[in-house]
Ligand binder design. Structure first.
Ligand code: NAD
Ligand code: TYD
Length: 355
């Protein structure tokens, strides 16, 4: 029944993977992309599908209510898939304002526009608003704590996670108050192709290829749960088609690992796969730097609900997914090199030296 999608933020990492995935599965479905093309948004992420008659990219801000209203009406949208966000914790510490604007005000703008659109059309039962969120809203776990469940109380610790928590609450409230068919998913850390090289995994890949230091925050013992991005896209497809509105779902990779162990896996893969490296073995580049303020110690997702209700589970193991990812960065220098500041070495040293 889902026939006409508006996808926000699909020039970014997960959104672009979703656009590729969706187009492979449902090439007949129109997919309208609304993206502000911030530093994290990149037309090149949509290479291969942008020319297709069913795919359209509109450059614009999710806070622009008139634009959102127009797109919903003009393209007769019945499904809104909302990825657009400011997404990097370190940037949220340096400048939280953009996070409140896009993540909270932007999500509110979309919900309100979609509510009016849905009501104007007579509240069709098949309309969906899928809000994509993160495990970070639940806060930080100790080593022996049970993994986050859908009913774990929210306890965000960074401006990023607080802004995402605010947007989750709004999406929930629109279901409770207006009956708007919203779906909320909270996912663990993703990795894979088209990941902007400021997040841990792509940054490590790029720095290994350039012979730059590999910065490990604090003691490197923080734990994250990693999911290959295509598995996330498949989970979102499943939720869109089968979940009941108002039901939150946790999504995760069941692949918890300490940062330092993950970095060592990446080093091993790069040593094996890269024919020429400025510094070999790449482990020699590992550099401990000052910790991130408020750095969450551990995230872990309990995904038993999505498994039981919808039959989804991750299909790509961490070692297989990392191999694919390292290979992708190795083969796609033309994608990531233009994203780095021209004076990368200097920029990089300013950013990390003395951290
Ligand atoms: P990203 O930073 O790679 O991409 C964000 C996209 O949103 C970019 O294309 C950017 O141009 C666009 N955007 C930003 N502000 C906008 C605005 N005001 N109007 C329109 N477009 C705007 O992010 P990502 O890693 O792909 O994350 C996508 C979503 O998934 C986010 O909501 C994030 O919170 C969530 N999420 C991410 C992860 C992860 O590991 N990356 C994990 C769980 C959930
Ligand atoms: P990141 O990719 O920024 O995702 P998030 O903070 O949203 O989980 O970071 C993943 C982990 O890696 C996190 O514990 C912080 C750590 N980290 C480093 O140790 N060094 C780095 O250069 C970066 C970017 C992150």
């Amino acid at each position: 029944m889902l026939s006409r999608l508006l996808v926000t933020g699909a020039a970014g990492f997960i959104g672009s993977n979703f656009a590729h995935y969706w187009h492979r599965q449902y090439a007949d479905t129109p997919l309208i992309i609304l993206d502000a093309l911030t530093y994290a948004g990149n037309r090149a992420n949509l290479a291969g599908i942008l020319g297709h008659p069913n795919i359209e990219l509109i450059k614009g801000n999710i806070c622009d209510r008139a634009l959102v209203d127009r797109l919903l009406t003009e393209y007769r949208i019945d499904t809104l898939v909302h990825f657009a966000a400011e997404s990097h914790v370190d940037r949220s510490i340096l400048g939280p304002e953009a996070f409140i604007q896009t993540n909270v005000v932007g999500t509110f703008t979309l919900l309100e526009a979609f509510r009016i659109h849905w009501q104007t059309q007579g509240q069709p039962g098949h309309y969906r608003f899928l809000h994509i969120s993160t495990d970070e809203v639940y806060g930080s776990l100790g080593p022996a704590d049970l993994a986050f469940r859908e009913n774990t109380p929210y306890a965000p610790n960074s401006p990023y996670s607080a802004s995402k928590a605010g947007s989750d609450h709004l999406a929930r409230a629109y279901y409770q108050t207006y009956g708007l068919p919203t779906l909320i998913t909270n996912c663990s850390n993703n990795y894979g192709p088209y990941h902007f090289p400021e997040k841990l995994i792509p940054l490590m890949c790029v720095n290994m290829l350039l012979g730059q230091p590999l910065p490990v925050y604090g003691d490197g013992q923080n734990i994250r749960d990693w999911l290959f991005v295509e598995d996330h896209c498949r989970a979102l497809d499943t939720v869109l088609h089968h979940a009941l509105p108002g039901q939150p779902y946790n999504i995760g990779g069941e692949a918890e690992i300490k940062n330092i162990d993950l970095i060592n896996m990446l080093c091993e893969l790069m040593n094996e796969l890269a024919p020429d490296l400025p510094i070999r073995p790449t482990q020699a580049l590992i550099t401990y730097v000052r910790d991130r303020p408020g750095h969450d110690r551990r995230y872990a997702m309990d995904i038993s609900k999505i498994k039981a209700d919808l039959g989804w589970q991750p299909s790509v193991s961490l070692s297989a997914g990392l191999r694919k990812t390292v290979t992708w960065y190795l083969n796609n220098r033309d994608w990531w090199l233009p994203l780095l500041p021209a004076d990368y070495q200097k920029y990089y040293q300013q950013r990390y030296t003395g951290r």
